[in-house]
Design a protein around this ligand. Sequence first.
Ligand code: NAD
Ligand code: DAU
Length: 356
Amino acid sequence: MTVLVTGGAGFIGSNFVLDWFARGGGPVVNLDKLTYAGNPANLEGLTGNAAHVFVHGDICDRDLVRRLLEQHAPRAIVHFAAESHVDRSILGPSEFVQTNVVGTFGLLEETRTWWEKRAPSERADFRFLHVSTDEVFGSLGPHDPPFSESTPVAPNSPYAASKAAADHLVRAYHHTYGLPTLTVNCSNNYGPYQFPEKLIPLMILNGLTRKPLPVYGDGGNVRDWLYVQDHCAAIRQVLARGRVGESYNVGGNNQKTNLEVVNAICALLDEARPNRKSPHSTLISFVKDRPGHDHRYAMDSTKISSQIGWKSAESFDSGLRKTVAWYLDNPDWVAHVTSGAYRHWIEKNYAMRGEA
Ligand code: NAD
Ligand code: DAU
C-alpha cells in the first residue's frame, strides 16, 4: 500500500509526509531532487522509520521513475515536486518549464505506461494526485467572487503558466487514457518548514534579525492564507474520497492584504522580542513591485467541503502564532537554510528593488 510522494522534502511535501506517518499512514517512497528548496532536515523526525524510503532524484529522470514504479508498485502518487517561487520564475523561467511541465509530463507518461499493465482492480484503485495552485486562475479584482473550479484558467507569471500547463496535462491523461487523476488547487500556505524566500517566513526572520521588511508595491495585494496542515488534510481527504478526473479548490477563507500580514507578524514579534523604542513595524520598507503582480487571490472551497467534508481547522491568528513560535524554536534549521545560496538569492531579488 505504498504511496509515491514527489517533492516530499519541500515545505508542503515534508509536512504531508510527517502528518501521514503521524496518522499511521502506510509506506512512503519520497522522490526529491533536493533543490535549494528541498531539505532532508525537514524529515529528521523520520530517521529510522523503515516505512519511509527517501530517493534523491529528479522527476525528469524517466528511467528512475520507471524503476521506482516497478519496484514499489504504489497505490497512489502524490505529486508536489515543482519549482514554486514566483519571483524566481520571473528571473529564470526555464527551470519552471523543465520541472513543472516536462517533469510532470514524464511522470504522467511513465505512470500511464506502468498503470496500463496492472490488473483491472489495481488500475481502478490507483490514484495520481496533482498538487496545484490558485495562481492558475489569474488575478481577481477587489469585488470579484472567489475562484471556483469552473473559473477559466488565466495564469500571469511563468510559475503560474507552468502549473496551469501541468494541470492541463493531468486533465488530458484522465480524459484520454482514463488515468485516475485528482487535482487540488490550493491558496497560499504557511507554517513550519517553509523556505524563507516566501512572504511569511521571510518577514519573521528579517524581523528577528532587525532587517528591513520589504513589502512589494503598496502592500495592498491580497492572498487567501491556509495553514499547511489544513492543506495536507485536504490532500488526504481528496486522495481517499475525491472523484477521479476532478479538481478541488482549497482555500483558507482568510483574505488579507500583505500589509495586514506583515503587521500581524510584527505584533507577534513585539510580544516575543519586545523593543518599546522601536517596534518591529518600524522595519517595514516599501520596495519596487513584482512585475505583473497578481492583485488578489481567493478560493471558493464549497465543492471540497460539500462533496468531501473538508474544512480548515486553524484560524489565521492561531496558525500565524504557531508559525512564528516554530521559527523562534528552530534556530538550527533557520541557520542551515539561510546560509550560502540563500544569501545570493536575497541579494539578487532585493538589490534591484530598492525603496519604492
Ligand atoms: P517547495 O519549493 O518548498 O518544495 C518543492 C520540492 O520539490 C523541494 O523539496 C524540491 O527539492 C523538490 N523538487 C523540485 N524540483 C524537483 C524535481 N525536478 N524532481 C524532484 N523533486 C523536485 O514547494 P512547496 O511550497 O512545498 O509547494 C509544493 C507544491 O504545492 C508545488 O507543486 C506548488 O506548486 C504547490 N502549491 C504551493 C503552495 C504554497 O503556498 N507554497 C500553494 C498551492 C500549491
Ligand atoms: O497562491 C498560491 C501560491 O502562493 C503558490 O502556488 C506558490 O508556490 C507560493 O509561492 C505562493 O505564491 P505568492 O507569490 O503568493 O507567495 P509569496 O510568498 O512569494 O508572496 C506573497 C505575497 O507577498 C505576494 O503578493 C508578494 C508579496 N511579497 C513577497 C515577498 C517574498 C512581498 O511583498 N515581499 C516579499 O519580500
